[in-house]
Design a protein. Structure first.
Length: 138
């Protein structure tokens, strides 16, 4: 019997179209699902509803997550000196990153090595929250 695949509807930033994307992984600790585009086969984090609403299971106003960063927490100097995120580059803990697609700034809070020696960074963004991004991919 075939297992039912969980999907979430989202716009692919590469294909510039909306698809039902297969959920391939839940990011440990952050609850952010990672989705696979059926057209370009790219992997991207779930970006939330288009109207900016959080998913119900992620919302917990009684206990805010410690270490959250607000957009206003970044100084003008930090924004001016931020490194633009590109998956080919490598980043250090504490680096401030600007993600062009999301128009958001974040701070690198940890690094991981995934199976297959793929490297990732966990970045705490002002608007997006904690997101895992690829690092050093060519």
């Amino acid at each position: 019997m075939k297992e039912k695949t969980r999907t979430i509807e989202q716009k692919c930033s590469v294909c510039d179209d909306v698809f039902d994307m297969e959920v391939i992984e839940e990011a440990a600790g952050s609850g952010v699902p990672w989705l696979k585009c059926p057209r370009c086969k790219g992997v991207l984090p779930y970006m939330g509803d288009e109207d900016g609403e959080e998913r119900e299971e992620e919302k917990n106003e009684a206990e805010p997550e410690t270490g959250d960063i607000a957009p206003e927490d970044f100084s003008v100097e930090e924004k001016e000196n931020a490194l633009e995120y590109e998956k080919e580059n490598e980043y250090g803990l504490g680096d401030i990153i600007y993600h062009r697609s999301w128009n958001d700034y974040g701070k690198v809070i940890s690094k991981e090595v995934l199976p297959g020696h793929r490297k990732t960074i966990i970045v705490n963004f002002g608007h997006q929250g904690k997101i895992r991004l690829l690092e050093g991919e060519s």
